[in-house]
Design a protein around this ligand. Sequence first.
Ligand code: C5P
Ligand code: MG
Length: 286
Amino acid sequence: MIPELNSPSVWIRDRARVQQIIQSMRCTGPSTLQVISDFDMTLTRFAYNGKRCPTCHNILDNSKLISEECKIKLADLLNTYYPIETDVTQPMEEKLPLMVEWWMKAHELLIEQKIHKDHLAIVVRESDARLRDGYKLFFDHLQDKGVPLLIFSAGIGDVLEEVIRQAGVFHPNVKVISNYMDFDETGTLRAFKGELIHVYNKREGALLNTEHFQELRTRPNVVLLGDSLGDLTMADGVHDMENILKIGFLNDKVEENKEPYLTAYDIVLEKDETLDVPNAILLYIT
Ligand code: C5P
Ligand code: MG
């Protein structure tokens, strides 16, 4: 039905179930669909030409807005906490406080650097951030079909918006839930707004955004895209859900993570740097 699903990088635990969900979504069409996607390493590439691509945080971390001394501290944080984030053997209750610690420490360092909001567009333009191949079809098709796209990110909202704005795909159907910067009257970063969103508390973030999900209550079909096991709770605020199709990008630690990803996600895409599979599914059902 969708040839892309037969590619060797596509792993599906229960093909019959996936087919049934897709058929059911196709039957009711675009007016009943909403798409919820993570940002970093899901809509953006994990690697390009063998080199890791930056997350929203890394776009700032590696930029000219950060002093050399601070860059070292931010890199130390990444080297300490990223292995914890992606370790599937460590219990969640141990990981949660450590994730909060990482985000808080990193945000404190960024605040110390007195980042000016007018410089964000420049550092995004100069960065190595790249949306996955096929991004234009993905964003444009959802906009054309009137399907709402929620981008739910533990990254930095201001940076994320700039990435999609510069790519020309920040269409009116896109809503972003993320960590937003708070600037003082001179335009200098002084804090982050609202409740912190980290990679494993997206459920709480979803439940705080009741208004958004209330508006979309006539759309009980959800296509969810993520790259972390934490992304699976992004749809926890959806009202009266009928079908959910969970598509997971398995970018890193493929051998250790394959089993847990196959259990949690309906479709697992192994080291696939494109949006070809989600696009093929979305074109089929809408
Ligand atoms: O958009 P998404 O929810 O994926 O953003 C979170 C990602 O940002 C995490 O996977 C984490 O590895 C990364 N991160 C980072 N630097 C930080 C905090 C998080 O690169 N200081
Ligand atoms: Mg991610």
